[in-house]
Design a protein. Structure first.
Length: 561
């Protein structure tokens, strides 16, 4: 009996040891398989972020940094989109579109991918910037939607694992998500789950591994590229950029336009209507109490000539005077007719040698938006200033220029000056006509501009704060000095070492980035966009941050100097 008991005991122990060993092996196998799948998923996530970031640098009007490709619904490795809409919210990872390798999980299956529809790459249809929130939600329970563990997810990468009961992975079902993914992961509800399964039951009726790509994961990287693109593309419209073919606002007007009021243009008494948040609301204001606000990117500003206020003056050369000046509005501009009178050099002799003259024409509101002067007469471009000699043969003009100046009210003056090439001893006056075309809205405001188009189409201007030294605003005098002088320049702390000074900045842009305090946008509260020192713009002191955000994610782009 003792021997029998011993044999039974040994058998039981052996069975336990074998069973325990098999359980441990099964658990170890799952851990290793899951680890291999996770490595592939992490690589896929990195590829998605890299692709989205690269959309800031393709050099097209339709660039959409922050956007993502649609899923692959035909198993060919390419994103599938038609008419601006994804052919499926869930599909395989479009590895060819991502310029990645064919990524598979530990079971040998190509990774699957779910995308928040509002972040699809469809320029002109989707508007994507830091305020574009992910629409996907992750739940901890595969059968319930009462316990969300993660929201604001822009995409999921999913490892399908081996087939479970009811899944037919044959040629007829190769593109059917339910044959690879389980539960709500296979649908288009926007709700997904990562329910873990015990090693002992692997695989069972649910074996999806899921990796989220959150809004913060994506935009903490994308925003760095956007700030760089703003510096290369948007800066050149505002202040001179070395080698740029664009004539900046500063080089034309000698100052910078007034900022738009932050709260009014972004948010008016609640969520606001689309009209209140439209680009047309972004107009400079003379009532703003600080040096900062929003870029005045209005496309509907009214820039009217001040009737009866244009003047013509003689500024050099040999001539007696200007007389008979008549300035009036004509279709598309301001026109001045006047006479240049020769100088009487003796009792009966006259002289007119290369008379120089200036036409000054006041115009309203040009300091409230980004507008361009007409081209100079010498360029041959259109619209351009024209000069006509109404007396006889038209003579050559030399030394011509068209410039502008700004006043504190936001009004401006367009100034044309030049030399009428003439050497005459005739007593006859020269009847002249100068026609100055209307100013035009800057290409900076256009969604079709080759440089600024991506910025306008995706409304990144909603995340850009615009700060200008009072000395460089309209009527400010055109200069500034370091604090505490008045008018003071802007100080920007923690700038890269390539900047010789941090206290002499005339104008800056701040890419405010995604919300990191949990606030919803649009908002009338500046601290829901800016952090740290940047929340107190009245002191003219700002701070720059680069890299991954912690408590501040404001990136400063210095416009000048």
């Amino acid at each position: 009996m003792a021997m029998l008991a011993l044999v039974v005991l040994i058998t039981l122990i052996g069975t336990y040891v074998v069973s325990d060993a098999l359980t441990r092996i099964t658990a170890q196998v799952k851990i290793e398989r899951d680890s291999r799948s996770l490595d592939a998923m992490q690589e896929a996530k990195a590829a998605l972020i890299a692709w989205s970031t690269s959309q800031a640098w393709t050099g097209n009007t339709t660039d959409q940094p922050g956007s993502l490709p649609c899923p692959d619904t035909t198993n060919d490795g390419s994103s599938d989109i038609s008419g601006g809409a994804c052919l499926g919210q869930v599909g395989r990872l479009p590895w060819k579109t991502l310029n990645a390798r064919e990524l598979r999980d530990a079971s040998g299956e190509i990774l699957w991918y779910a995308l928040s529809p509002n972040l699809r790459n469809a320029s002109g249809i989707t508007v994507i910037n830091s305020d574009t929130q992910g629409q996907l939600v992750l739940y901890s329970d595969k059968d319930s939607t009462t316990t969300a563990t993660l929201s604001n997810v822009v995409a999921f990468v999913i490892a399908p694992g081996v087939a479970v009961a009811g899944q037919a992975r044959n040629s007829s079902g190769v593109n059917t998500a339910a044959n690879y993914l389980e539960g709500r992961n296979s649908g288009a509800t926007g709700n997904y789950t990562s329910t873990p399964q015990s090693p002992a039951s692997y695989p069972d009726t649910f074996n999806d591994q899921i990796l989220p790509l959150t809004h913060a994961d994506l935009f903490s990287v994308v925003e760095q590229a956007v700030a760089s693109r703003i510096e290369s593309d948007i800066k050149q419209y505002i202040a001179p950029a070395s080698g740029s073919s664009i004539t900046s606002y500063f080089s034309q007007w000698g100052g910078f336009p007034l900022p738009a009021i932050f709260s009014n243009a972004t948010y008016t008494n609640g969520p606001g209507t689309s009209a209140q948040r439209a680009q047309t609301a972004y107009i400079g204001s003379t009532t703003t109490s600080t040096s900062g606000g929003l870029l005045p990117l209005t496309t509907t500003g009214t820039y009217t000539w001040t009737t009866g206020s244009a003047t013509v003056t003689l500024t050099g050369g040999t001539a007696a005077s200007i007389s008979g000046t008549t300035c009036s509005l004509v279709t598309g501009g301001m026109q001045c007719d006047f006479n240049i009178n020769p100088t009487l050099t003796g009792c009966c002799s006259y002289s007119m040698v290369n008379p120089q003259f200036r036409v000054s024409a006041p115009i309203a509101n040009v300091g409230l938006g980004f507008v361009d002067l007409p081209d100079d007469v010498s360029t041959g471009l259109s619209p351009r200033v024209t000069v006509t000699n109404l007396t006889g043969t038209t003579r050559t003009m030399s030394g011509t220029s068209t410039t502008g100046s700004l006043s504190a009210t936001g009004a401006g003056t367009v100034i044309f000056q030049g030399t009428h090439v003439r050497n005459s001893t005739s007593s006859a006056a020269r009847a002249m006509r100068v026609t100055i075309p209307d100013v035009t809205t800057s290409s900076l405001t256009s969604s079709s501009d080759p440089f600024a188009g991506w910025f306008i189409r995706n409304e990144w201007y909603r995340q850009v704060y615009y700060a200008v030294s009072p000395g460089l605003q309209p009527g400010g005098g055109g200069s500034c000095s370091a604090l505490p002088a008045t008018p003071s320049c802007l100080t920007v702390n923690t700038l890269p070492s390539s900047y010789a000074s941090t206290t002499d900045k005339r104008v800056i842009l701040i890419l405010t980035g995604r919300s990191i305090n949990g606030s919803s946008r649009p908002s009338a509260t500046l601290s829901n966009y800016l952090e740290g020192q940047n929340t107190t713009p009245t002191d003219f002191i700002y701070e720059h941050r680069a890299g991954v955000a912690s408590s501040i994610n404001d990136r400063v782009v210095v416009i000048a100097p």
